[in-house]
Design a protein around this ligand. Structure first.
Ligand SMILES: Cc1cc2nc3c(=O)[nH]c(=O)nc-3n(C[C@H](O)[C@H](O)[C@H](O)COP(=O)(O)OP(=O)(O)OC[C@H]3O[C@@H](n4cnc5c(N)ncnc54)[C@H](O)[C@@H]3O)c2cc1C
Length: 309
C-alpha cells in the first residue's frame, strides 16, 4: 500500500523517500526522468550553502546534512567523498560565516591579494552520477517503488495516496502556483583530474570553483537568474576554463571531458518545506533549494518525513 507518493526523483525526492520508508511509510516515487535526467545530476554537489542567507532552519538542515554525508563517507557509500575546501573571500569579512557551526573545524588564513581571507574546512562532495542511482536502489531495497510518471497536477497523486510530497524542483512553480520559483542557470566544465584533491572556491562575481572528484574535476561557474537556456555557451566555457586555470594552475593541459548546464530551482524567500491541506489530502512541499539542494537534502528529508507521517 502506498501511504505517500513522492513526486520528483531528484536529490530532494529520493532522500525524503528514504527517510519516509525508514519511518515505516509505504512510499512510491513518481518521476518522468531517470536520476541522470535531473538537475541534481548536474550539480557539482559540494556541501556549501551557496547564495543562502542565515535562517535557523536552514542552518539546522545544513548541519544535519553535513553530518549525514560525513557518516556516509566513513561507511563507504558510493559517490560520497570528503574534500578539504579553500573558500577565497574578497569582501573583507572578519566574523565567522553563519554556516561555520555546521562544519566543526574552520581555519582562517591570509592568502594575500586580491583576496582578503581564506576560510578552510572539510566538505562532503557527492558524485551524483553514482550517488543518485545508489539512492534509488536504497528506496527499492527499503520496500519503496519508483515509477516513471509525470503529473500535470498534484491532484493526480492525491488520488493514489493521502499524502503527497511535492519535490518537483523548478516544476513546482507551475504545479502549485508559486510565482517565487525561478531558474538560476549554471554552466560547468568537466576536465580530467590531473591529481588535485582540494576544492577551491572564489566567491567573487562571477564565482569560480574547482571541485576535484575521483576521475574528473568540476569547473564553474555561472549563476544566471531567470535564464532558461539549457544550451552550453562556448564563450562561457572558455571564460570558466580561464578563471579556473588562473585559480588552480595544476589544471593546465587537463583534457576537457564535457560540459553541462542545469537550472537551479531557486525561490525568493528560500526553500519551501511545509505541509498544506489540499482537497483530497495533504501536500508536503519540498522545493526551491536553489544552489544548495545537496547541502540541505538530508536535513530537509528528516523534516519532510516528520511532516508527512
Ligand atoms: C551547475 C550547478 C551546480 C550545482 N552545485 C551544487 C553544489 O555544489 N551543492 C549543492 O548543494 N547544490 C548544487 N546545485 C544545486 C542542486 O543541483 C539543486 O539544488 C538540487 O539538484 C535540487 O534538487 P531537486 O530534487 O529539488 O530538483 P531536481 O533534481 O530538478 O529534481 C526534480 C524532480 O522532479 C521531477 N519532475 C519535474 N516535473 C515533474 C512533473 N510534472 N511530474 C513528475 N515529476 C516531475 C523531475 O523529473 C525530477 O525527478 C547545483 C546546481 C547546478 C545547476
Amino acid at each position: 500500500m502506498t501511504d505517500v507518493v513522492v513526486v520528483g526523483g531528484g536529490i530532494i525526492g529520493l532522500t525524503a523517500a528514504v527517510r519516509l520508508l525508514e519511518r515505516g511509510a509505504g512510499v512510491t516515487v513518481w518521476s518522468p526522468d531517470d536520476p541522470a535526467g535531473t538537475v541534481s545530476e548536474v550539480a557539482a554537489a559540494v556541501w556549501y550553502p551557496t547564495r543562502t542567507t542565515f535562517d535557523p532552519r536552514v542552518l539546522d538542515w545544513a548541519t544535519t546534512t553535513y553530518r549525514e554525508f560525513r557518516r556516509q563517507a566513513r561507511e563507504g557509500v558510493p559517490g560520497v567523498l570528503v574534500r578539504e575546501t579553500r573558500n577565497l573571500e574578497r569582501g573583507g569579512a572578519t566574523g565567522q560565516p553563519w554556516w561555520a557551526p555546521a562544519v566543526g573545524r574552520v581555519r582562517y588564513l591570509d592568502p594575500g591579494p586580491p583576496w582578503t581571507r581564506e576560510v578552510r574546512f572539510d566538505a562532503p562532495l557527492v558524485e551524483m552520477g553514482v550517488y543518485l542511482p545508489w539512492l534509488r536502489e536504497r528506496v527499492l531495497s527499503l520496500g519503496g517503488k519508483v515509477v516513471r510518471r509525470r503529473v500535470d497536477r498534484l491532484e493526480e497523486a492525491l488520488l493514489e495516496a493521502p499524502v503527497v510530497v511535492n519535490a518537483t524542483g523548478l516544476a513546482a512553480g507551475a504545479l502549485c502556483g508559486d510565482a517565487d520559483v525561478h531558474p538560476v542557470r549554471g554552466q560547468i566544465v568537466l576536465v580530467a583530474n590531473p591529481g588535485v584533491f582540494t576544492s577551491v572556491r572564489d566567491e567573487s562575481s562571477p564565482s569560480t570553483y574547482v571541485h576535484p572528484r575521483t576521475r574528473d574535476v568540476v569547473l564553474g561557474g555561472t549563476y544566471e537568474e531567470n535564464d532558461w537556456s539549457l544550451t552550453p555557451d562556448p564563450a562561457i566555457r572558455d571564460a570558466i576554463l580561464e578563471r579556473c586555470l588562473a585559480l588552480v594552475p595544476e589544471l593546465a593541459g587537463a583534457p576537457v571531458l564535457g560540459e553541462k548546464v542545469g537550472l537551479r530551482p531557486a525561490r525568493h524567500g528560500g526553500p519551501r518545506v511545509e505541509a498544506e491541506k489540499w482537497p483530497g489530502g495533504t501536500v508536503v512541499h519540498a522545493y526551491g533549494h536553489g544552489g544548495a539542494g545537496m547541502t540541505l537534502s538530508w536535513g530537509c528529508a528528516d523534516e519532510v518525513a516528520l511532516l508527512a507521517t
